[in-house]
Write a protein that binds this ligand. Sequence first.
Ligand code: FAD
Length: 385
Amino acid sequence: MEQERAGTPVVTIVGGGLVGALNASFFAKRGFQVQLYESREDIRKAKIVRGRSINLALSHRGREALKHIGMEEKIVSKGIPMKARMIHSLSGKRSPIPYGKKDQYILSVDRANLNKELLTAAERYPNATLNFGHKLLAWTIDCGTMTFQGPGGEEVQVNADFVVGCDGAFSVVRRQFLRQSRFNYSQTYIPHGYMELTMPPLDGQFALAPNFLHIWPRNTFMMIALPNLDKTFTCTLFMPFDEFDKITTGEQVLDLFQTYFPDAVPLIGADALKRDYFRLPAQAMVSVKCSPYHIGDSCVLMGDAAHAMVPFYGQGMNAGFEDCLVFDELMDQLNDDFGAVLPEFSRVRVPDAQAIVDLAMYNYIEMRAHVNSRWFRFRKHLDNF
Ligand code: FAD
């Protein structure tokens, strides 16, 4: 459990998503007083949990970080191993492409469950407090005062010694960085959007072989499907927004699927397709690069707040988890001296994280332009997806 500490600064974590929740355990385990502020209500009590995807691929990077706080086994036991990609051709032919050796695999995990487990793990530390329904509105680095909107709409002022920004791609913590001299920032929206659809079980079993990440590569379109514990698959359709916009009727949806993903139509179901396609609008995907990841000895960004990436490499969460581990290792090496650890974190982490952001974007472009003709040659460049 946690080490005892006296007179150490309070660590204020903004964002209780995947990276913020994990980070709370990392800092609490080191003995810091941790205050986590999350804008949403507690998802363990919520009726509907909305995240950026229903499931996601957990790989080695992420598992190493989970291991460090004793959560690896718990999460892995609820994951479904995916040993290979399964490519679905237009004719319905299926060709597996293993991720590595026979015993190597990535895991399909439920995002909401993972987030809940990480919050519960953090809450077990007596020195960690989770504040839900607290949305950061503004803060200034100079005086350290943070203003949150509380659960009843009231303003809550918090004085923060040390701030960890884990508030995702549209980070409010990061806004303060934009005022700093020599802070670099860029963001890029890709022309594609994504939409999730559910493939139900067939006769009580998975409708497709479960231990695969299924891919239907179609040049400018792509659909993928990851298995869930309830024997459904979550299918994600990636398509240019222009194309999404053209489809306005159920018949057009069916036409699209019959033309490009014919083998998926009976498995998702024609009626479900026509209905579910219009449930939610397609979501945008943004890629963010910035540097450095810290201000002085008092604030650091991690996860999507530092390096949001397009999802085609399946590494956004995994890289965010790795941030927590790298930071923790630097704390060990530099005796918990924030003044030394923060610049070192930016020095080692910015190039690595930006390389993953680039690889994710490269995969997006490759898949869009060449994926069918060059798939087999190209596969060695792929990581998760
Ligand atoms: P988030 O998950 O965005 O969490 C940020 C949290 O901060 C949220 O809970 C939010 O409510 C809170 N917050 C925001 N603003 C405020 C505020 N002002 N005050 C207080 N709280 C605030 N990654 C993988 O590794 N593998 C995958 O297979 C994978 N698949 C993906 C598929 C899709 C379709 C998408 C879109 C992404 C995928 N990712 C994947 C990427 C992954 O979702 C992100 O990298 C990951 O969610 C980042 O976690 P985070 O905690 O940094 O940010």
